[in-house]
Design a protein around this ligand. Structure first.
Ligand code: NAG
Ligand code: NAG
Ligand code: NAG
Ligand code: NAG
Ligand code: NAG
Length: 610
């Protein structure tokens, strides 16, 4: 998306200042004309173990910063705080700044950010150049809030729509996911022509460090159960789930996040073979690997819960930075202890910190650690909203158009007397934005953020002489009693994220089926499905006149009306198989038992009508 907004935002925790580092005389690592590797080596040589371990911790920004400061200070990380040079933001200033920013603009800022369609819709566009532009717009909006890091893109290859994160995946087809890694140069900037794959690359004050996730096989778990076990052959692992990581490394992705899930029973947060062996050694990824939120906590379970073991296992596996919303003190103490006991060699710590510093130097964080306030206008700008609207138009898939091909229903005429708009998703910004929007789980309703609902889009698109009547859930008698020329019914899934979105039945949620029945039995109707994945819609197809999959279009609902009323044609092609029944799942294009309702790649087209 807009993923960055639909995704956790992180800051790179800067805590590498000490009295030695604040010295006034020439310091090599501060010299931006020197190569990154030289600067990394110099700075690493000046750091204490505590400072190094401090680099490996990422703390969630919603933390109590006062408590955090105390904690970090008590670990004497900032013992030389007073000698921090004035020409650069100190860690304290940095924290104050982010904190202040939160207080002053905080929620408001993110509140009006542009919400692009979720990845499931972007895959439909088959338009990597558009997705690259979305990356650039997202980077500018993220940077505008003072954050130099986005936990995007999700390059999962979702093989089972029962997975609650399937909408974060561009496609079931790894080739589409691979092309969509173009979002990375959008977020980070274009790598130079002579570029060593696996090197972190972030260029420009309006760019952010990206994060390819979740390494690896997150989209292949049994029955789509979130964070569960992915049982795969080597062929499936390396030819379906892995390829997009190679593209990401070629594009200089700054970080890779490890998946909560397991591969053939081995938790990825403890999977040395795949993290160190494959990603770092074989693919030559030279940047840092970050854990997922409390990811290492899930390596061990009660009654065998052992945090020390979790730290040991994950550090040895190759995780370099740890996302620790709560347990940073335990982590810092635990890791220090393991190093002092020689259970983890000092070299492993040095390698981790080198990787982290490489990113910070590459980003110019030492030269420009402060937020660039000039970007603030980018947040939710008209230009970005137009881009999102274009993405919405291109992400729609027309599944049915008229009861016979000779009598298409779409595009709809703009002059149409009186039309009915119905359904739980017609006038509901929260529903059309889905999860990871403002809040983790998203939220139904229209007070979540700023945008245009599909209803508002329709109202703006029709001729002034056309009367648009909105009735969320009308009964048949009412519909019949009015002289509607036709109806648009917008139904679908409520917002959800992660495990809360896992669903083993994938039925169209209540009252969607009833709304369709009541309306479509009484007047010619176009049904628009707003959902994070294909749902069981076979039973309704015969009674609807036209059917559109809109996925989770985000804040610019006008894009839906643009196409329904023929300002633009339908062009989208399914990037997921539309199954008939859940007992067919998993079922992906190319499978032997392939028997879809609408196959991968399907999508009717219309021509613009004016
Ligand atoms: C997978 O899900 C099942 C059922 O919820 C659970 O018992 C099992 O522990 C999970 N496995 C993993 C690896 O998370
Ligand atoms: C916990 O893990 C550490 C590191 O592997 C190990 O040294 C320790 O014995 C474990 N503790 C228990 C109670 O199993
Ligand atoms: C980590 O933090 C969580 C939430 O505060 C707490 O429940 C858990 O016990 C902590 N784990 C350790 C190992 O301290
Ligand atoms: C926004 O809407 C939700 C759900 O309708 C409601 O719980 C919440 O109080 C509303 N917030 C504001 C600020 O109106
Ligand atoms: C389908 O599964 C979801 C998620 O588990 C659940 O909330 C819903 O009630 C189920 N619907 C039906 C019709 O069983």
């Amino acid at each position: 998306m807009a993923e960055a907004w639909n995704t956790l935002l992180g800051i790179l925790f800067l805590c590498c200042w000490s009295s030695t580092m604040g010295a006034k005389n020439y310091v090599l690592y501060k010299d931006a004309t020197k190569p990154v590797e030289v600067r990394v080596k110099d700075l690493l040589g000046r750091m204490t173990l505590e400072e190094k371990i401090g680099q490996m911790v990422q703390i969630e920004r919603a933390n109590d910063w006062n408590e955090l400061e105390e904690c970090v200070l008590s670990g004497s990380l900032f013992s030389g705080g007073g000698s921090v040079p004035a020409d650069r933001a100190s860690p304290k200033q940095w924290i104050d700044m982010v904190n202040e920013f939160q207080k002053v603009h905080g929620h408001n800022n993110v509140y009006k950010a542009t919400i692009f369609p979720h990845n499931v819709g972007l895959g439909v566009t088959r338009d990597p150049a558009l997705v690259k532009k979305i990356g650039a717009a997202t980077a500018a909006e993220v940077r505008a809030t003072g954050i130099p890091y986005a936990f995007a893109p999700c390059i999962a290859v979702c093989r089972d729509p029962r997975w609650g994160r399937c909408y974060e995946s561009y496609s079931e087809d790894h080739k589409i996911v691979q092309t969509m890694t173009e979002i990375i140069p959008g977020l980070q900037g274009d790598v130079p022509s002579k570029f060593k794959s696996g090197t972190p690359f972030v260029s420009g004050k309006d760019k952010v460090a990206a994060c390819a996730k979740h390494y690896v096989g997150d989209g292949g778990t049994i029955k789509g159960i979130n964070e569960n076990n992915t049982i795969v052959t080597d062929n499936e692992l390396y030819n379906i789930h892995m390829p997009a990581y190679l593209n990401s490394l070629d594009k200089g992705v700054a970080t890779v996040m490890v998946s909560y899930s397991s591969i053939n029973g081995v938790k990825m947060h403890g999977n040395r073979k795949l993290v160190t062996g494959f990603l770092k050694r074989k693919l030559k990824f030279r940047s840092f690997v970050i854990s997922d939120w409390e990811g290492i906590d899930r390596i061990t379970y009660p009654p065998h819960k052992n945090y020390s073991y979790s730290i040991l296992k994950s550090v040895k596996a190759g995780v370099d930075m740890f996302m620790l919303p709560y347990n940073y003190t335990e982590f810092i103490n635990g890791l220090t202890d393991l190093v002092n006991k020689n259970a983890i060699p000092m070299n492993r710590i040095n390698y981790a910190v080198k990787r982290i510093l490489r990113v910070k130097f590459a980003m110019g964080l030492f030269e420009n650690p402060l937020a660039d306030y000039s970007l603030i206008d980018k947040l939710g700008s008209q230009e970005h909203r137009e881009l999102a609207r274009e993405a919405v138009r291109k992400s729609l898939v027309l599944l049915k158009n008229g009861k016979s091909a000779k009598r298409p229903v779409l595009p709809l005429p703009k002059k149409a007397g009186k039309i009915l708009v119905a359904g739980s998703h017609a006038d509901n910004l929260g529903n059309q934005c889905g999860g990871w929007t403002i809040k983790w789980q998203g939220q139904e309703g229209n007070n979540l953020t700023i945008g245009t609902t599909i209803l508002q889009g329709i109202q703006a698109a029709v001729d002034p002489s056309t009367k648009v009547v909105f009735n969320e859930n009308p009964d048949t008698k009412y519909v019949k009693s009015q002289d509607f020329s036709h109806a648009i019914v917008v139904v679908g899934e409520p917002p959800y994220a992660e495990t809360a979105g896992d669903n083993q039945n994938l039925t169209l949620p209540h009252p969607g089926p009833k709304t369709i029945k009541n309306v479509c039995g009484a007047v010619e109707c176009v049904v628009v499905i707003v959902s994070g994945r294909p749902l069981v819609i076979g039973p309704y197809v015969p009674e609807v006149d036209a059917l559109v999959a809109a996925w989770l279009p985000g804040s610019e609902g006008q894009g839906v009306a643009d196409v329904l009323f023929g300002d633009y044609g339908f062009t989208g092609k399914l990037a997921r198989t539309w199954f008939k029944r859940v007992d067919q799942l998993p079922m992906n294009v190319g499978d032997k038992h392939y028997d879809p309702l609408f196959p991968f790649g399907f999508g009717l087209e219309t021509k613009p009508s004016n």
